[in-house]
Design a protein around this ligand. Structure first.
Ligand code: 5GP
Length: 187
């Protein structure tokens, strides 16, 4: 947490609705970590013609940056799930947009913005297993190890963070903040 905060200390607070957020992880650091994960994905999966399943809404910027760095044949699809209201998890996950691509006997990679309790990840993992995926890998921009309650391995992690509520780079607070290029944390 410290290194992110020091690098971002010259930047200003942002107000979203009734809450203030302070700079936490700068765009340059995000870019570096995303490219490391892209390198690992490329090394592991370049010959498997994987299907990337991007969890909307929060993952859209991460996924867009990540897939541009992958130079091997792959497919990209989107599902929309929701488990959050405000700054606390409801523990409920609703599938809003389903998958249409073939997942049978394929390598599928789940792309998450942030893995918190792991409820969303587990739900999607089960769904993909049920749809016959041969191998399911999981990739996330942010991982909260202290909040994680599941056993599914999170294979590719750009950054681990403590149990703080963050916004920016696709992540929102009640609809606001997705367009911030850096990541901010509750002040
Ligand atoms: P989980 O199902 O792992 O508990 O939560 C996953 C989802 O909750 C994420 O995809 C994200 O939408 C939301 N979420 C979890 N932590 C945060 C956070 O710190 N900030 C924001 N904006 N959303 C979060």
């Amino acid at each position: 947490m410290g290194i992110f905060a020091i690098f971002a200390s010259h930047m200003s607070l942002v107000t979203l609705h009734n809450k203030q957020f302070k700079p936490y992880i700068l765009a340059d650091v995000i870019h570096e970590r995303v490219s490391q994960v892209a390198g690992n994905l490329s090394a592991d999966l370049k010959n498997s013609f994987p299907l990337f399943v991007v969890v909307l809404n929060g993952s859209f910027i991460f996924a867009a940056d990540l897939v541009k760095m992958l130079k091997f044949p792959c497919e990209i699809s989107f599902v929309k799930l929701s488990s959050y209201e405000g700054t606390g998890s409801t523990g409920k996950v609703h599938e809003i947009i389903g998958l249409t691509e073939t997942t049978e006997n394929r390598t599928v990679v789940i792309i998450e913005d942030i893995v918190d309790t792991g409820t969303t990840l587990e739900k999607l993992h089960d769904l993909l297993k049920h749809k016959g995926a041969e191998q399911i890998k999981t990739a996330t921009l942010l991982f909260k190890p202290m909040a994680y309650k599941k056993t599914i391995p999170v294979d590719y992690i750009c950054m681990e963070i403590p149990n703080d509520f963050v916004v920016g780079y696709g992540l929102d607070y009640n609809g606001l903040g997705r367009n911030l290029k850096d990541i901010y944390v509750l002040a």
